[in-house]
Design a protein around this ligand. Sequence first.
Ligand code: CP
Length: 306
Amino acid sequence: MLKRKDLLGLYDVSAEEIDEILQNGMAMKKLLRQNIKKLPHLQGKSVTTLFYENSTRTRCSFELAAKYMGAHVVNIAAESSSVKKGETLVDTGKTLDAMKSDVFVIRHPMGGAPALLAKTVKGHVVNAGDGMNEHPSQALLDMLTMRENFSSLKGLQVAILGDIRHSRVAKSNLFGLKKMGADVRLYAPKTLLPAGLDKMGAKVCTSREEAVEGADVVMGLRIQLERQHAGNFPSLGEYAKFYGVDDTVMKYAKNGALVMHPGPVNRGVELTSALIDGDTSRIEEQVLSGIAVRMAILFLLTKEEI
Ligand code: CP
């Protein structure tokens, strides 16, 4: 059982709580591998997914996670809801609360929107990605994938390359991995590296090779083309050549180092196609971990009430 009403980010989540989620997530993943998709954990509960931004992986996996555990699920896309008529987030939350939704899973372009919803509603709120702030379930599924492959996160060397500045995935991974004892190195064009990352515990590197040297895991992050109005790098081709992950730079990593990416991937930009589809890629494995870890989150947040 998690000792919190909501999961808004990993900034203030303890190592013990992360461990509990990962342990439960690994148990859920075992069941999924056996194709067991009818569990009683959320029977009689209602889960609402509320997406104000596009999503494939996160929305579908929260929906499937809830359904596999017997919940009633309502999916709301902002585009087709009363949000388009001017309804505020607070009023939308109050309306859904009155309908007895037990859990709200929200993605929103504004950082802090899930925290505002959490103050408004009685139900549990799970942040499914808010602006440039956090994406806790993504980092938890990444950590679950790493832990399955290495048995422990302690001392793991994780290199993250890509659009760190706009990335909620990078922040949640940094908070979570540091708490679990891993070392995190970051590399990106200077225009895509915000100040203060070293104070958050990351090693900020000055070359691809420095970031990847001796790494157990190399994670590419999506270049967020929708947020590149300021011209943060000259072209995608140059980004791929100087900042992307390819076979040349992977030679600096440990033998057999894992290649990961939260998706969606810009093929040939953050990672080469050969690496995405290669033996060391865990990108598809991350997707299965996503359902498992979201089952664990939904179960642990609501467990006390069953
Ligand atoms: N990784 C991730 O959040 O993917 P979606 O945008 O498809 O949910």
